[in-house]
Design a protein around this ligand. Sequence first.
Ligand code: FES
Length: 163
Amino acid sequence: MNSETDFEENVRLALANPQNQGEMTDADSVGTVGSPDCGDMLRMWLKFTEKDGQKVIDRASFQSFGCQTAIAVASMATEMLKGKTVEEAETLSSSELSAPLGDIPPMKIHCGQMVEGALKQALSQNGDTPEPAGDGPAPGNTLLGDFHASTSGKVKVVPLGDR
Ligand code: FES
């Protein structure tokens, strides 16, 4: 198999059993991003815990109105994040988050960047400073729920810049 075939097969396998999909009602922080390239959206929730005196990610989950690659990367990434400190998670690039899938085709790179963007936005709250009311979703909100309520301005879409 060539690397593109490997990638497609790995995405197919990830989609057959996606991990950590769905809103997290007891999350400490949440990040939502939209990709201006394709109009897709992704939200990631994080729950922190304390381990050996350090704040680490206990759980991560996601919802996506996105393509198969975004879902596959988010599934892998939310598994990868378990047990990572905030500092370790902050250094993860989109290519590291999508690495378990193999060589990501150039036209799919922004899918991984969307996952990285949601992670970085959630980490920026760090579980200490919840987003102020009216300036983004509450941690327990579903992406679909906010999508339906988007006329009230509750969806925070963060365009991904050039990286
Ligand atoms: Fe838009 Fe993958 S095509 S996130």
